[in-house]
Structure formats: structure tokens, C-alpha cells
Design a protein around this ligand. Structure first.
Ligand code: CP
Length: 306
């Protein structure tokens, strides 16, 4: 069996991404078929050094659905508090014979670093401001299904990713993957949060005026303002931020018919997105969460060569 790592959305070309998304739907829709447990007896360690609800729980559920055993390690309960490094912690778990490690760390490049030191497959569950490829797969699945795109061909779909883009690993991974699948992506935010250089690095357009982008977007993906990554200064002018770049109910009403609202979560309700928009009829937020389990099942199979 070929073992792979999933460290970045750049690891997925269009054919591979579409195959993974199709497999995710198959596993979700036919969970009890024998073929849906191809990883029976294999093991996954979730090694999370940053908080998580969606990613951690969905990796655990995905592994269980594929027939895997799971062990969970969080920084709070690990020997990190005794001075052990991320790599030494991962090597210790690896030495116990796990087949796959899902890593979340505040260190950009941390998942790739772990991958250089272990024999298990490494799945990047979010590394600092760098990447979050399985969230990008979940976003693509939710959007592709909602938009009725056969085979996850997103050609011609216009997606605005809005807010604290510079802090967001989801923005980097989703912009890359949605572009790979054919969508036209624009990163939108105040200049300090959506610098032109980031657009050049990711290969997409950058804009600062949300209202100018809103009416042509088929999907608007809002991002959390990440206080833990230095965006706290914006809270001093939260009202101004919301007025300029929040998806308020009034702004959402100007979106075109059939356009979708997305947010990878967790969200600051009332800041980057109004509660009635997050819970409204355009919202794919719960579909993104549900998709997380399906895509992580497929990602585990792909990484472990099943
Ligand atoms: N979207 C996301 O990564 O959420 P969690 O931090 O809850 O895992």
C-alpha cells in the first residue's frame, strides 16, 4: 500500500480532489457497506496542540466509520507541558505503531515537519496561518453539492473569501482548492487583512471593497477574526469592521438569488457575520460541518492507500 501525507491543498490536483470528493459522498451515503470499512484495524492518532471542535471530532468519527481505532492527544494532557517538542511528541506516538497522525499546531509548517520524522501518514489538521486542507475539501464538497455541480466541477463559480484572510489557514487552502476545481476566487478584506502579496502567493485576486464584490458572488465565505493571531486590535473598532466587512443581514439581502453563505467556523456572531445570516436559508455552515466527516474518511483512505 502507498502511504501519503495530506499537508496542503497543493497536494491535490483537480482529478485527485474530484476523486476524493466523490469517494467522500460514496462513503457518506453508503456507510454500512463492507467496502466502507477499508481501514479496519488501522489506527489514527489525533495530536492537537490548538483547540478544535469540528476538525478533531470529525477526524475521530471519520476514523471510526472507516473501521479505525483512534487515540487522542491534546497539548494539555501531553508531555509538551514537560518541555517535549512537537516532533518528539509525534515520534513517540509514531513509535507505538499508529498508521496515521492528524496534527494541529500553531506552527506554520509544523505538519510537514512532523511528516519528515515519522513513518505514519500525516494529515495536516491546521498548522498556524499556513494550511487546513481537509477543511478546504469540506468546503468544496458543501459548495459543489449545494450548487449541483456534477463531479465537483466548479468552473465559473465566483467565490469571495472575506475577512481576516491574512490570519486564515482556511482561506489559503480553500482558495487554492476551489481554484483547482475551477472556481474564480477573490480574497476580500481591509488592506491589512487582505494584502495584495497574499493574493499573489495564493494565485487569486484581492479586493478591499466587499460591497463591490457581493452582488456577483455565487458564494461568500466569511472568516473569523482571529484574536489569537494578532487581530485583536480590530476589536477596538468592531463596529467599523462590521460596517465595512461584516456580512450583516442588510448586506446579505443584496447577494444575488441562489448565492450561498459559508463560514468554516468557529464564528464571532455579530462581528463578521450576523446570527440571522449564519442561520438563514442561504447558509451552508452546517453542511460544511457535516461534509467534514465525509471528506476526512476519504482523506484517510487516500493517505493510507486503501
Ligand atoms: N474549521 C475548523 O477548523 O474548526 P475547529 O477549529 O473547530 O476544528
Amino acid at each position: 500500500m502507498t502511504r501519503r501525507h495530506l499537508l496542503s491543498a497543493r497536494d491535490l490536483d483537480a482529478a485527485t480532489a474530484r476523486a476524493l470528493l466523490t469517494l467522500a459522498v460514496e462513503r457518506r451515503d453508503h456507510p454500512h457497506e463492507a467496502a466502507a470499512r477499508p481501514l479496519l484495524g488501522r489506527s489514527l492518532a489525533t495530536v492537537f496542540f490548538e483547540n478544535s471542535t469540528r476538525t478533531r471530532v470529525s477526524f475521530t468519527l471519520a476514523a471510526a466509520r472507516a473501521g479505525m481505532h483512534t487515540v487522542d492527544l491534546s497539548a494539555a494532557a501531553s508531555s509538551v507541558h514537560k518541555g517535549e517538542t512537537l516532533v518528539d511528541t509525534a515520534k513517540t506516538v509514531d513509535a507505538m505503531g499508529v498508521d496515521a497522525i492528524a496534527v494541529r499546531t500553531g506552527q506554520a509548517g509544523g505538519a510537514a515537519l512532523v511528516a519528515q520524522h515519522v513513518s505514519a501518514s500525516v494529515l495536516n489538521a491546521g498548522d498556524g496561518k499556513h494550511e487546513h486542507p481537509t477543511q478546504a475539501l469540506a468546503d468544496a464538497l458543501a459548495l459543489g453539492e449545494a450548487a449541483g455541480r456534477e463531479g465537483f466541477d466548479l468552473d465559473g463559480l465566483r467565490v469571495a473569501i472575506v475577512g481576516d484572510v491574512v490570519s486564515s489557514r482556511v482561506a489559503r487552502s480553500s482558495a487554492r482548492l476551489l481554484t483547482t476545481l475551477g472556481a474564480a476566487v477573490v480574497l476580500v478584506g481591509p488592506p491589512a487583512m487582505a494584502p495584495k502579496s497574499l493574493g499573489e502567493a495564493v494565485g487569486v485576486r484581492v479586493a478591499h471593497d466587499l460591497d463591490a464584490e457581493l452582488e456577483s458572488a455565487d458564494a461568500v465565505m466569511m472568516l473569523r477574526i482571529q484574536l489569537e493571531r494578532g487581530a485583536g486590535a480590530w476589536l477596538a473598532s468592531a463596529r467599523a469592521y462590521r460596517a465595512g466587512h461584516g456580512l450583516t443581514a442588510a448586506r446579505a439581502a443584496r447577494m444575488k438569488d441562489g448565492a450561498f453563505v459559508m463560514h468554516p467556523g468557529p464564528s464571532n456572531r455579530g462581528l463578521e457575520i450576523d446570527p440571522e445570516v449564519a442561520d438563514g436559508p442561504r447558509s451552508l455552515i452546517q453542511a460544511q460541518v457535516s461534509a467534514g466527516v465525509a471528506v476526512r474518511t476519504a482523506a484517510l483512505e487516500w493517505c493510507l492507500g486503501a
